[in-house]
Design a protein around this ligand. Structure first.
Ligand code: ZN
Ligand code: ZN
Length: 455
């Protein structure tokens, strides 16, 4: 299944979403938050053929035929971009496909995702990257394949990074799932990044230190009698890569940062002018290693959930701007894989459909970030890192928008996910805000409970 087939919207349709293409839209009265153009005000937008034609106060009587969506009290922002998603295809279509993953992204309020290369075969050559891009042609969610740093993600021989960038348009490379263990390979990869102005996203893990650890080493791993993964397994690698980024001048992005010391190191590097950005996931924002006491596979990830101090540092890092981006590390697994004891459960959780709600609960409701800050971390910064043009809400621009209801209280029901994955630690959580739609590539996708806003 791909977005070009006739019943392309069917997964969204079945779940009760409105998903259609080619309508002119009057988005009426929303709080438009667009940091790039400095807008934060209640405005009307008119979208014709996928383009923003009018912004502000204008006469409605002479507009061409359109649908009106009453968005008073809702937020409209530049489309959210998730820099860290596992779509599993090719190779593990039982966990997720590009089709189901992009449906989940649309439902979660994302207009674009960057998908990681740990597929089978891995995304380590221009051919397979182009194949991924073909699958999302015509859909409402753009996909930016992240290519592997090394052939087969084996850590030995560099992929043809120049070809991946020039032939297949790759903007980010990573061996995610594994670190680039060899420092010389990392050095040369960062040199290629500098030459092509692309970015290397890390999976920072010193394997020798992480050993057989299945959760963060500390008081809780001792209490639960589970092998520990010490925070220095992350921070030692972060330190090495920051030094290599400074030495080479290549751009580095620290993926799923989770420990206090790693965040201190990024703060230090930024002060030195190192070209580094960092991302945190909703689960590292919301949870600590204490959650592993449930022995649920949905609390097992790599890097593992941190201690209370780690979590505090993640939140402080986001507030200060040391952490630039919130990305999900959406990692779907099958139910069978999850129904095993903790030590054998696979790493990772799904995140696309809960990210905005969890961020609202943990950061906005607690007044750590405001909505414009969230837009910066989920829409503006990811685009800057990928060197994409800013998606601004202004006349003449393509309409690439995320719509959020900042007052919608809802309870997470994993059975309702459009992702194939049900592995979330947030099932049953009550969340205080909800993404209710996206506009992109001429598409309008609206959540079931937002359909009544259309006239
Ligand atoms: Zn990773
Ligand atoms: Zn990942």
């Amino acid at each position: 299944m791909n977005w070009n087939s006739a019943n392309a919207a069917s997964r969204l349709d079945h779940a009760g979403f409105l998903a259609e293409r080619g309508q002119n839209l009057l988005l009426s009265g929303a709080r438009v938050i667009d940091p790039a153009s400095g807008i934060d005000a209640a405005l009307d937008l008119f979208v014709e053929k996928g383009k923003i034609l009018k912004v502000g106060k204008f006469k409605k009587s002479d507009l061409p035929k359109h649908k009106t969506i009453d968005l008073r009290g809702k937020i409209v922002a530049p489309g959210f971009v998730d820099l860290h998603v596992h779509l599993r295809e090719p190779g593990r279509e039982d966990k997720e496909t590009i089709w189901t993953g992009t449906n989940a992204a649309a439902a979660g309020g994302f207009t674009a995702v960057a998908c990681m290369p740990n597929t089978d075969p891995p995304l380590d050559n221009a051919g397979v990257v182009k194949w991924v891009l073909e699958q999302v042609q015509g859909g409402p969610v753009a996909v930016y394949p992240v290519a592997a740093v090394t052939v087969d993600r084996a850590g030995k021989n560099l992929s043809d990074i120049g070809d991946l960038h020039l032939e297949a348009g790759v903007r980010m490379i990573s061996d995610d799932g594994s670190p680039v263990a060899d420092a010389e390979v990392m050095r040369i990869a960062l040199e290629y990044c500098r030459i092509h102005d692309i970015v290397l996203s890390t999976h920072s893990e010193e394997k020798a230190l992480a050993g057989k650890g299945v959760m963060r080493e500390g008081e809780w791993s001792t209490r639960l009698g589970l092998p520990g993964w010490p925070s220095v397994a992350e921070s030692a690698m972060v330190a090495r890569d920051l030094l290599l980024a400074e030495f080479t001048g290549g751009r580095l992005h620290i993926g799923h940062i989770s420990s206090r010391e790693s965040i201190d190191l990024v703060r230090w590097a930024k002060a030195r002018g190192v070209r580094v950005t960092a991302e945190a996931t909703p689960h590292h924002i919301a949870l600590t290693d204490e959650a592993c006491a449930s022995f649920s596979g949905n609390t097992k990830m790599n890097p593992p959930l941190g201690t209370k101090e780690d979590r505090k540092a993640v939140i402080q890092g986001l507030k200060e701007g040391v952490i630039d981006v919130i990305a999900t590390d959406h990692a779907p697994h099958t139910l069978e894989e999850e129904m095993v004891e903790f030590s054998h459960a696979p790493n990772g959780v799904v995140g696309l459909e809960t990210a905005v709600g969890v961020v609202a609960k943990e950061l906005v409701a607690k007044k750590i970030l405001d909505w414009p800050d969230v837009v910066r971390k989920m829409a503006v910064a990811p685009r800057e890192i990928l060197r994409l043009p800013a998606a601004t809400v202004s006349e003449g621009e393509q309409a690439e928008l995320t719509i959020i209801d900042p007052e919608a209280t809802w309870v997470v029901d994993p059975e309702k996910f459009l992702s194939k994955g049900r592995n979330t630690p947030f099932g049953g959580w009550k969340l205080p805000a909800k993404p209710i739609g996206i506009v992109n590539e001429g598409w309008l996708v609206l959540a079931p409970d937002a359909r009544m806003l259309v006239s």
